[in-house]
Ligand binder design. Structure first.
Ligand code: CA
Length: 223
């Protein structure tokens, strides 16, 4: 899952990036409204954390522009404490949720998880697919109850496929959602990671859809 953080407070931006990365996401950072708006318009993020008070373009305007252009990426806004009017304006502009500053990082993480869960149509942080169980809160993965060790890369790949269960996902889409914008992207490496992942989870769970990509599914028939 790939996220964008738009926050002009450099320290806070870094703290958010670090915490979100530790939680298993890849994170791009932006420090003003114009640049952030551009990134949100051009890159396929899974969710965006958007500060309201931003230089160049304020967060409400950024959000309104995206929504006018039919960009429906889930957005969590960061509002100033006691500014109830920001929360109302933000939600009306198309925000999916908000956190008031100062916040506990755990709250941001929980709200981001909830946004991703909702957009994937999942009811819980604990996702069970056959004998595989993935907990998006602890980032723990088990097979038949036994924990398996994944690299951060393998976890991100598995989490993306799990959130898009039964859908065919192209290599390009995986590259776009598993790497940040500075990464030298090569869709061939995806094959390598899928190969490694298949050795750690029930091998038939990730199906190759010839010419199209991959599909995580418990169904037996080929897709
Ligand atoms: Ca700010």
């Amino acid at each position: 899952m790939r996220l964008l953080v738009i926050e002009d407070d450099v320290d806070l931006n870094r703290q958010l990036k670090t915490a979100l990365e530790e939680a298993g996401y890849v994170v791009d950072c932006s420090f003003d409204g114009e640049d952030g708006h551009y990134l949100g318009e051009t890159e396929p993020y899974d969710a965006i954390v958007l500060d309201i008070g931003l230089p160049k373009m304020d967060g409400i305007s950024v959000l309104e522009k995206w929504r006018r252009d039919d960009i429906s990426i889930p957005v969590l806004i960061l509002t100033a404490r006691d500014r109830w009017s920001d929360k109302v304006a933000g939600m009306d502009a198309g925000a999916d949720d908000y956190v008031a500053k100062p916040f506990h990082m755990e709250e941001v993480l929980a709200r981001v998880r909830a946004l991703l869960r909702r957009s994937a149509g999942l009811a819980s942080n604990e996702i069970e697919i056959g004998s595989l169980r993935l907990d998006t809160k602890s980032t723990r993965v088990t097979v038949d109850g036994s924990p398996i060790k994944l690299t951060s890369h393998e976890y991100r790949l598995l989490a993306y496929l799990v959130h898009h269960k039964d859908k065919v996902i192209s290599r390009t889409e995986l590259v776009e959602h598993l790497y940040d914008q500075d990464f030298d992207r090569d869709s061939n490496t995806i094959e390598v990671f899928v190969g490694r992942l298949r050795k750690k989870i029930p091998a038939d769970l990730i199906k190759t859809v010839r010419g199209l990509g991959y599909c995580l599914s418990t169904s037996d028939h080929d897709v």
